[in-house]
Write a protein that binds this ligand. Structure first.
Ligand SMILES: C[S@@+](CC[C@H](N)C(=O)[O-])C[C@H]1O[C@@H](n2cnc3c(N)ncnc32)[C@H](O)[C@@H]1O
Length: 268
């Protein structure tokens, strides 16, 4: 799949291109990332990409002409490579992205992403040239570069071959409506904290069952909203019930100790 990103700060994308899983996927040709700077499509000597807002007020607005010229060039280049891309603008006013949204994005052959700056971009560009607007959260960043990188990272890691193990992405939080289970690695015990015994047992069925139970339990404890619309099977419900019973039992054992600690604090 292909991403063409329109940005005033193409060098920021080096973080994706040079290190880690996404850089490897790009180098292997699993995904293609092209960067387009609207300054290269200006016609004045100052290479102007922004101007004051009509109606007054603070800040600057990204001008439509250089953006449209950049968009045309990016679209043509993608087409020449056989990719028909959709256009998305990163915006705090856009559709709030979640994992289901990323799965949908990953199913497209190409996207042209527009990273805004300043107060944003001329509205007429959105009206006529942008297919979708995406937000990465209900907060405002100073530019669309980080959001674009967030989307590219989350998308590329879903592409076949991008991760070392094909199951890695499938088992991640949010992929199947649950949070991921806890993970452990060596040593078997660290400062009195042992690894759960089942993980050392070599019994793959028992390990899979424990992991599912942990996922269900964690989701219930941390993100009950994610379970609210899910119909659990009888087996899953039984695993969750057992998890919660053990959790509550452990909590009630901890409570008196906390009390006695507090008492001894008072006494001392
Ligand atoms: C300072 S913001 C402009 C915010 C705009 N005035 C508003 O309130 O909607 C500059 C750029 O950062 C990007 N941006 C900021 N927050 C974002 C978010 N939560 N998700 C996606 N893009 C965001 C957008 O591309 C935006 O054009």
């Amino acid at each position: 799949m292909r991403f063409d990103v329109i940005t005033l700060f193409p060098e920021q994308f080096r973080i994706l291109q040079e290190e880690g899983v996404i850089a490897r996927a790009l180098k292997q040709g699993i995904a293609d990332l092209r960067l387009w700077n609207p300054r290269d499509f200006t016609t004045d000597t100052h290479r102007t990409v922004d101007d004051r807002p009509y109606g007054g007020g603070p800040g600057m607005v990204m001008k439509i002409e250089p953006l449209v010229s950049t968009l045309d060039a990016a679209r043509q280049a993608a087409r020449a490579d056989g990719v028909i891309s959709r256009v998305a603008y990163l915006s705090p006013q856009g559709l709030l992205l979640n994992q289901a949204g990323i799965v949908r994005i990953a199913a497209q052959p190409g996207w042209i992403l527009i990273a805004g700056r300043y107060e944003g971009i001329d509205e007429r560009l959105l009206t006529k040239y942008v297919d979708e607007e995406w937000s990465i959260g209900d907060y405002v960043l100073s530019g669309g570069e980080l959001p674009a990188m967030v989307v590219i990272d989350a998308t590329v890691r879903l592409l076949p071959g991008a991760l070392g193990h094909a199951d890695s992405a499938r088992q991640d939080s949010h992929m199947n409506g649950l949070l991921d289970c806890p993970h452990f690695t060596r040593p078997e015990s660290f400062r009195g904290q042992p690894v759960p015994e089942v993980l050392l047992s070599g019994d793959h069925a028992a390990i899979a069952k424990w992991r599912l139970q942990q996922s269900l339990g964690r989701t219930w404890l941390r993100r009950p909203d994610m379970l609210a619309n899910q119909a659990l099977s009888a087996a899953e419900q039984a695993l969750l019930d057992a998890f919660l019973q053990a959790h509550h039992a452990a909590e009630s054992q901890v409570a008196p100790e906390v009390e006695s600690d507090a008492e001894s604090d008072r006494e001392s």
